[in-house]
Design a protein around this ligand. Structure first.
Ligand code: HEM
Length: 124
C-alpha cells in the first residue's frame, strides 16, 4: 500500500530535521532572513516555533500528532508578509526536501499544501 505523506517525509524525526534545516535556510535567505535572525537571540522562542512547525507539518501530513500552536492566520497576522517573501520561504522548503532525498512526487504534494495555505499567510 502507498505510504501516507507523514511516512514519506520520514515521520516525526525526519520532519524535525527538515524543519531545522528549513529554518536555518530562512536565516540565510536574503529575502526573509530579517524575519528570522532575531530568533537567534531568543533560543526559547526559536525552539518553541520549531516545535510548532514540526507538529504542524506532521499533523498536516497525516501523522498521529496534535498541533498545539496558533492558527496560521493568528501566527502571521500583522507581519505584512509579501507574496515574494512567501515564495522565498516556499523555495527554502522545496530545496531542503530535495536535499533530504524526498522524491519528486512527495515534493509536489508538499508544494500543493503550501500553496493552499498562502491566503492565511500573505498580507494577513
Ligand atoms: C508555507 C508557508 C508557511 C507555513 C506553513 C508557516 C507555518 C508557520 C507555523 C506553523 C508557525 C508556528 C506558529 C506558532 O508557534 O504558534 C509559524 C510561525 C512563524 N512564521 Fe510562518 N509559515 C509559512 C510562511 C512564513 C513566511 C513567508 C514568513 C515570513 C517571511 C513566516 C514567518 C513566521 C514567523 C516569524 C513565525 C514565528 C512567529 C512567532 O512565534 O513569533 N512564515 N509559521
Amino acid at each position: 500500500m502507498a505510504q501516507i505523506l507523514y511516512q514519506r517525509l520520514g515521520e516525526i524525526d525526519g520532519i524535525r530535521k527538515l524543519v531545522d534545516d528549513v529554518v536555518e535556510a530562512h536565516m540565510h535567505n536574503p529575502v526573509i532572513q530579517a524575519r528570522f535572525l532575531p530568533y537567534r537571540d531568543r533560543p526559547e522562542d526559536l525552539a518553541n516555533a520549531k516545535k510548532h512547525l514540526t507538529d504542524f507539518f506532521a499533523a498536516g501530513a497525516g501523522g498521529p500528532i496534535d498541533y498545539t500552536g496558533r492558527s496560521l492566520l493568528d501566527a502571521h497576522r500583522g507581519m505584512n508578509i509579501s507574496a515574494g517573501e512567501y515564495m522565498a520561504a516556499t523555495d527554502d522548503i522545496m530545496d531542503q526536501l530535495e536535499r533530504h532525498g524526498i522524491d519528486e512526487e512527495t515534493r509536489k504534494d508538499v508544494l500543493v499544501i503550501a500553496f493552499a495555505l498562502k491566503d492565511e499567510i500573505i498580507a494577513v
